[in-house]
Ligand binder design. Structure first.
Ligand code: MG
Length: 165
């Protein structure tokens, strides 16, 4: 039931996402680093302060936080054995035909426009910096987190491209 009196917990959602990323070994500086180094060749006047500002703007958007919470929780619940079959095995094995991880990620990548789709494809393929870690980390369920990181980086890179265009 939709409770009209429910107040959306913006601050808690932000803290949840940033805290969970940290628990999974991702600092915001790692993401800022990828964004800065991939955009500086196109925008030579870009500064790390600006990147951090845009990253914070993105991380305060409900569209991003909603999907990010779902993605982080699905990895955790699957790893904890709390997800039913056959979904559990599909997520654990990061099955290529699943696609929900990419769908949730693309919604995040596109919060500043569809340039995010192109950027997401790029970051998902090249797996720069911290994103690469989850390709080789066999001890955990990382089906959603790698796409989440690529999506955040893609969205902020898209915003930079618009701002400096
Ligand atoms: Mg994935």
């Amino acid at each position: 039931m939709n409770n009209r009196k429910f107040k959306y917990p913006d601050t808690k959602a932000y803290e949840f996402v940033v805290g969970r990323l940290k628990d999974r070994g991702v600092n915001l500086a790692d993401l800022a680093d990828i964004i800065y180094h991939s955009q500086i060749e196109f925008e030579p006047t870009l500064t790390m302060d600006r990147v951090n500002e845009y990253l914070q703007d993105a991380l305060h958007k409900r569209e991003l936080l909603n999907n990010a919470m779902v993605m982080l929780e699905l990895d955790r619940l699957t790893e904890a054995g709390a997800v039913a079959e056959p979904l559990s095995s599909i997520i654990k094995n990061d099955a290529g035909v699943f696609g929900v991880d990419e769908t949730l990620a693309l919604q995040i990548a596109n919060i500043y426009g569809t340039i995010g789709t192109t950027n997401f494809g790029y970051f998902d393929r090249v797996k720069k910096g911290i994103i690469a870690k989850y390709d080789t980390d066999a001890g955990h369920v990382n089906t959603f987190i790698d796409d989440l990181l690529a999506a955040i980086v893609a969205a902020v890179s898209g915003k930079i491209a618009h701002k400096y265009a």
